[in-house]
Design a binder for this molecule. Structure first.
Ligand code: DON
Length: 365
């Protein structure tokens, strides 16, 4: 072996050893990890026990972080317990790793937009997004009307409200009941269980969603969809009110990490060719105005919701989700961002880093 190649090989080996040492020395033993059957990891791949330890460690590290505030522009969200904190990570082989509260449901909110986009991608392909919503970050708030006016509803994306309501209007089915069934079946397939709407959240948002109705009217007026804008807004409000735990969200994220197939049910939810299209919009616009800093720190396609959920996808490696309602000024869950950044940096989840370097360039501002 030439000496440069030798050097590179030994650097790679040292990295693997450091990764393993970090995962084991930084983190203590965990009951959850003991339950997992041992399997031989690929070189540089963390073992099941390592992953469980990292998840436990993230929970312990950020459990007492009290920054942020629940969303309150939807009155029901202000009433959710701010101490609720659950973490779940699912690998493509269907193993799930959890810590904290994984039984209490929060409303999925904007994370729903990802899966309605998946429905339309699957049924109609990517071009309808280029034609009707755009796939660009707007650089403005998720419910900006200025962004619509600026380009007459073009050059936005399916993860801001205008693009998301348009996407809901593009779901096939005809009647409101058929469209809803199409959306609900899609979410259930990604999550691998039957999800239900949190009716108190739906009612609360339906009573206060005048701004979204205005957004829908504008998108309709600019010709981005046909049909009834108020019906589209109502179905969109319902989709945002679907109740999910961190486990549900992690399974949904893992379906994307697994190329579009649910890792437990093995049901294909999205053709593999469309998965990168979906992940690209999550990467550029998933965390509102802070999508850039999030991508800079983690490299992970992700999506947040004002209910306190955050999902992130390390393609081929895992999907992770955290639920914790207090949000920062940009509207993203504080603990969820910190926990996922931590987990991904230890596990080497950054898809933009050639070797998935553990403890790589990610860093807080
Ligand atoms: O339409 C709304 O304002 C909420 N149902 C969802 C907002 C949200 O989660 C922010 N997302 N980008």
């Amino acid at each position: 072996m030439k000496s440069a190649a030798k050097h590179r090989a030994s650097v790679r080996l040292a990295r693997s050893v450091v990764a393993l040492a970090l995962a084991t020395s930084l983190l203590g033993a965990s009951a959850g990890a003991q339950k997992l059957a041992a399997r031989t990891p690929r070189p540089n791949e963390p073992s099941a026990e390592d992953i469980q330890r990292v998840v436990d460690q993230a929970y312990a590290r950020f459990k007492n972080l009290k920054e942020g505030k629940n969303a309150d522009y939807i009155p029901a969200l202000a009433k959710v317990d701010p101490d609720l904190f659950g973490i779940a990570l699912v690998t493509p082989d269907g193993r799930m790793y959890t810590a904290g509260n994984n039984t209490t449901e929060v409303s999925i909110q904007s994370i729903s937009k990802v899966f309605t986009m998946a429905r339309v991608l699957q049924d109609s392909g990517g071009k309808v997004f280029i034609d009707n919503t755009g796939v660009d970050a707007t650089g403005r708030e998720f419910n900006s009307i200025v962004a619509i006016e600026d380009k007459k509803g073009h050059e936005m994306n399916p993860l801001v409200n205008a693009g998301a309501i348009t996407t809901t209007a593009l779901v096939g089915g005809g009647s409101a009941a058929e469209v809803w069934k199409n959306i609900a079946d899609t979410y259930d397939g990604f999550a691998g269980r039957k999800l239900t709407v949190l009716e108190d959240v739906y009612k609360s948002e339906a009573e206060t969603n005048q701004r979204n109705r205005a957004i829908a009217m504008l998108m309709y007026a600019y010709g981005h969809f046909k049909g009834d804008p108020l019906q589209a807004t109502d179905i969109y409000t319902r989709q945002c009110s679907v109740g999910v735990t961190a486990k549900d969200l992690a399974m949904m994220a893992a379906t994307l990490a697994n190329g579009g197939t649910n890792p437990v049910s093995h049901k294909r939810m999205l053709d593999a060719q469309h998965v990168p299209q979906l992940l690209s919009v999550m990467a550029t616009a998933g965390l509102y105005d802070d999508s850039g800093i999030w991508l800079f720190n983690t490299g992970l396609p992700a999506k947040s919701g004002v209910g306190g959920g955050l999902i992130a996808v390390s393609p081929g490696k895992w999907g992770v989700a955290v639920v914790s309602p207090p949000l920062d000024k940009a509207g993203n869950s504080v603990r969820a961002q910190r926990a996922i950044e931590y987990i991904s940096s230890v596990l080497g989840g950054n898809p933009l880093a050639a070797g998935g370097e553990p403890m790589s360039a990610s860093g807080r501002r």
